[in-house]
Structure formats: C-alpha cells, structure tokens
Design a protein around this ligand. Structure first.
Ligand SMILES: NC(=O)c1ccc[n+]([C@@H]2O[C@H](COP(=O)([O-])OP(=O)(O)OC[C@H]3O[C@@H](n4cnc5c(N)ncnc54)[C@H](O)[C@@H]3O)[C@@H](O)[C@H]2O)c1
Length: 171
C-alpha cells in the first residue's frame, strides 16, 4: 500500500517508517527536519521518498497527499517546556498543520492515523488510562493535542476516516 508518514524523521516516525518498509509498503516521508534527522532513516533512505516540507504548507501537502491509501501523522512540535515559550507556534503546527491533513483526507479519501498524547488528560494518572477519562491538559503542548482531538471528532463527522492512535485497527 502507499502511505505517507509525516514526522518520519523523528523518534516514533522513523521506527514506523522502517517497519512499514519491511512490510513492503511504498513510503513517502514528510518532515521539515525541525527536530528530526535524516540520519534516523539511513537504513531505508534508498527505499523511500523523502520530502522536506512543512505540514503548514497546504499547497505542497496537497501535491503529495493524493493517490495514497493513508497517512500516519506523527509530525508535531513535541517539547512540553518549549511549548510554554512558543505557544502560538505550537498551536500553528500542531493544530493548523494537522487540519491541513484532515481537510485533504476528506477531499482525497485516504485514511489518517493521528498520534495524540496522554498529555490531553493533564495531571499524572495511573496507567492504563481509560479513553473516557476527563481531558484537562495543563500545558500548551497538551492543549494543542486536545484541540486536535476535537478536529478528529469534527472531520470524522464529515466522513473523513481518522483513527486516533489508541484505537488502531488494521488498515
Ligand atoms: N514519543 C512519545 O513518547 C510520544 C508520546 C505521546 C504522543 N506522541 C506524539 O507522537 C508524535 C511523534 O512523536 P515523537 O516523539 O516521534 O516526536 P519527534 O519530535 O521526535 O518527531 C516529530 C517530527 O515532526 C517533525 N516536524 C515538526 N514540525 C514539523 C512541521 N511543521 N512540518 C513537518 N514536520 C515537522 C520534526 O522534525 C520531527 O521529525 C507526535 O505527534 C507526538 O506528539 C509522542
């Protein structure tokens, strides 16, 4: 199958890319290398397409997110402490950037697996955390992740097929 992994040069994304390549899928990575590194993909770099693109760049995203089966959306700004210093930028990347992908999923009919975070629940909780636990983020990073969970709910009602990571069935 043909998949795009956003944030594919990052920690989770690069492991996911290697697994998907091993399983024989055709992979395009989108990453602006803000934090991720191409070296994380050295072992598969000749087997994938790599696009250095910012997920906020809708027109560039539109060119790539077509004729595909799905997007594993891992790209985000992810450092909690940093999110206090730059809350607007965190909102722009994590919420507006993600909404670009959901809009295109609706338009071009591909599935999305969205990586949310336990930070949406706020204070430290005992694990495992039930999905219906009250969501109450306590930092700007967690707030962007919650805002995007609302977008998952909104776009799912518009028939986009968006799966929150906690509920991942086989694609
Ligand atoms: N690692 C964890 O423990 C954990 C826990 C909960 C949720 N998550 C979520 O999983 C996802 C992946 O986390 P990670 O630990 O791999 O983070 P990471 O920071 O290692 O990877 C994120 C990637 O996104 C890229 N990126 C950032 N802004 C971008 C932009 N505007 N356009 C394109 N690419 C951009 C970065 O360069 C990086 O490669 C994130 O959405 C994160 O919120 C991670």
């Amino acid at each position: 199958m043909r998949f795009v992994v956003t944030g594919g040069a990052g920690f989770v994304g690069s492991h996911l890319v290697k697994l998907l390549v091993e399983e024989g899928h055709e992979i395009t990575v989108i990453d602006n290398l803000h934090k991720g590194k191409k070296e994380n993909l050295t072992s598969v770099i000749n087997k994938i397409k790599f696009q250095k693109i910012d997920i906020r760049d809708y027109e560039s995203m539109r060119k790539i997110l077509k004729n595909i089966d799905g997007v594993f959306h891992q790209a985000a700004l992810t450092v909690v402490q940093d999110s206090f210093a730059r809350p607007e930028e965190y909102f722009d990347v994590n919420v507006h950037g993600t909404e670009n992908i959901f809009k295109l999923a609706n338009e071009n009919k591909f599935k999305v697996v969205y990586a949310s975070s336990s930070s949406v629940y706020g204070h430290k909780l005992e694990t495992p955390i039930a999905e219906d636990t009250e969501r109450n983020p306590i930092n700007p990073y967690g707030k962007t992740k919650l805002e995007t969970e609302y977008l998952v709910e909104k776009y799912s009602k518009l028939n986009a097929e968006i799966i929150n990571r906690a509920k991942l069935p086989s694609l």
